[in-house]
Every structure is written in C-alpha cells, then in structure tokens.
Design a protein around this ligand. Structure first.
Ligand code: MRU
Length: 351
C-alpha cells in the first residue's frame, strides 16, 4: 500500500461530526504520521505546549478551534456565566506559549466575535464561533499563498535558498510562510537548491522542513546549524527566507533561536535576508524587539531528549531560549500577504 505523503495530510483541521480538532502530531515526525483528535480544551493546551502543533500560524488556528471547544464545554444556560467562563478559557489557552503573537491574535479575534454575538442564543454563538475558527484557517491558506507569490518576485531560477526551523506546511494550514516561495517555485519549475538548518535543539529543520520539502520532491539539503557560514561562503545561498513568531512595530522580528545569527552571516556575505509572515504575526502594540517575551524551555530538550543517554553531565547549567530577535537593520524585506515591505519598517508595517 502506498503511504500518504505529508502534503496529503492536513496539519490542522476540524471534524464537525465529532467536534474534534485534528492535528498531525509533529513530535512523532518524520517517523510516524499520526492524527490526534482533540476534544477538550486541556488537550489543545497540551498539544500547543508540547509542540505537537507548532509554528506561529498553526498555533493561532489551534487556539481558535480550542476556544470553540471551550464554548461547547460550558454547561450553562446563563449568558453571563457563559461569557465569564469563556474568558477563562481564553486566558488558559493564551498561557500555553508566550512568543508567537498569532496565538493572542486568534484568541482576541474569537473573543471579539463572541462579544459581537452577545444578543444571540447560546447555540448560535457556539455555531458562529466554529465558523470564525474555520475562517481563520482558510484565510491562513490564502495569506501563505500570497506570501509565496510576492517572494517569488525576489528570486531567480536555480537560486540556492536557505531556511531555518520550520516555517512550512507544518507550521501553517498550507504552503508555509518561508517555504511558500519554495512550493510555488517548485510548481513553476524554478529548480531551487534548498538548504535547511537542522535547528537545535528541537530539530524542526531536520525533522520537519527537510522532510516536507523532500516528500514534495524538492532538492533539499540538510545542514547542521553551525554549517551555514560555510555554505554561504561557498556561494551556495542567494537568499535566506525565514518565518517569524512576532514582528514588532519597528520591524524587529522574533523567530526560532538561531535566526539572528543567520541574519548576521547573511549581512556579512551580502545575501538578502527575508522574513515571511502573515499580517497576523505583526504586533504593532509591541514597539521593538526588546518587549517581545521570549519563551525558555526545559533543559532536557538540550541535554537528553534526542539521545539514548544524556549527552551532558548532570548538574551542568543549561540556557534554552526558544527564540531570538533579529534587529530590523539586518532584515532586507518583510514579506506579508500584502506585499514586500522595505525599511523603514515603522512606516511600511503601519501602512
Ligand atoms: O517553537 P516552534 O517550532 O513553534 O517555532 C517555530 C518558528 O520559529 C517558526 O519559524 C515561526 O513560528 C514561523 S512559522 C510559519
């Protein structure tokens, strides 16, 4: 029997019949493709926290459906009680991860929709919340495709493209952000040579990006994070495309740890460095990167998680920030569904 390719799976979907959020468990990839059916808010929270579903846009979509599941689970006929409890669900889901603003953006959008519906019957409110979550998912697909179309105007056939972490199909509803240019280019015969950083410590580049691009038939080469400078120095990279978890009003962009270093290297070698993200990742309320909360994750992700035996002596201190912030000066352009935005970002992002 032919095994289904990753592109034939939905990263994140919802079953109306079962009232269940369906996610591909990314902690098991690339070895096992398993769909999880989540019906309780605490299951959605756990899936986001543990990176079963991950990547800024996908986290937002999962949280939107999570809020709907929360609304379904509130057992009351009293609207005041309903709204109070729904606000609690919103706060709970918002506590799952701190950096990707799409999480807060999606929850805010769902909450505002719920407030608009205050005059309706509870059953109607729940129904409309589900439709809003579906809209968020659908819009994500459209935004990602547009990001790819804009990005394609910046590259040539045969270019070498480098990416970090996974800003791919697995981080969104489809296409990815940074990989959208790769998917669309592949459809049009651009014949890119893609380099994927393995992305220590959680290996999203190795486990996810190289996997999804390889299964899609692209020419992708996996490198360890510390090999990027060598690859660039040999003239193999014509552009760097990465995603973002939050873009501050001045263009400073938080993304997976290691992105900042890549931006410095790209500047050194004169290679354009592009951030790709939907407008839901732009946070105009955060003035600069300094104010972006950076998640710190458990030590074992660095010391032992991927090894048969721990690779670090007991008691050694570990620092494990999950993201870094690339200063806007190092970013050649930010590509959203609206187009290619150039500095000064404090003006172009607001526009
Ligand atoms: O910790 P993760 O795997 O959720 O981090 C993901 C990233 O840093 C992505 O690059 C970012 O969310 C953009 S996804 C389109």
């Amino acid at each position: 029997m032919r095994t289904k390719k990753i592109s034939e799976y939905e990263t994140i979907d919802f079953s109306r019949e079962d009232k269940a959020l369906l996610i591909l468990d990314q902690t098991l990839l690339p070895n096992e493709k398993k769909i999880l059916r989540l019906v309780r808010v605490c299951e959605v929270w756990e899936a986001i926290k543990k990176l079963r579903v991950r990547g800024a846009p996908a986290i937002g979509i999962a949280a939107a459906f999570g809020l709907y599941l929360g609304a379904e689970g509130i057992d009351t006929e009293d609207k005041e009680v309903f709204y109070r409890e729904l606000e609690g669900v919103k706060g709970y889901l918002a506590s799952s991860r701190p950096t990707a603003v799409n999480l807060f953006w999606a929850l805010k959008r769902m909450w505002e929709r719920a407030l608009e519906l205050k005059g309706e019957e509870l059953e109607q409110i729940r129904k409309e919340l589900l439709e809003e979550a579906f809209r968020i998912r659908l819009e994500d697909i459209e935004m990602c495709r547009k990001i790819g179309e804009h990005a394609l105007t910046l590259v040539k056939k045969g270019d070498g493209l480098l990416t970090h972490c996974n800003a791919g199909q697995l981080a969104t509803a489809k296409y990815g952000t940074a990989t959208s240019v790769m998917y669309l280019g592949h459809e049009k015969g651009y014949d890119f040579k893609i380099y994927s950083d393995e992305t220590r410590p959680l290996l999203q580049g190795a486990r996810l990006t190289s996997f999804e691009l390889h299964e899609a038939g692209m020419d992708v080469t996996l490198i360890c994070d510390n090999m990027a400078a060598t690859v660039m120095s040999r003239g193999k990279v014509q552009a760097v495309f990465v995603g973002a978890d939050r873009i501050a009003a001045n263009g400073d962009s938080a993304n997976k740890i290691g992105t900042y270093g890549l931006a410095i290297m790209a500047r050194h070698f004169g290679i354009p460095f592009y951030i790709c993200a939907p407008s839901s990742t732009v946070d105009l309320n955060t003035e600069s990167g300094e104010a972006i909360p950076i998640e710190e994750r458990p030590d074992e992700e660095v010391t032992s998680m991927w090894y048969e035996r721990p690779m670090v002596a007991e008691g050694v201190q570990v620092y494990n920030p999950a993201f870094d912030v690339t200063p806007h000066e190092l970013i050649t352009a930010i590509i959203t569904e609206e187009g290619v935005l150039y500095p000064p970002y404090s003006r172009s992002l607001r526009g």
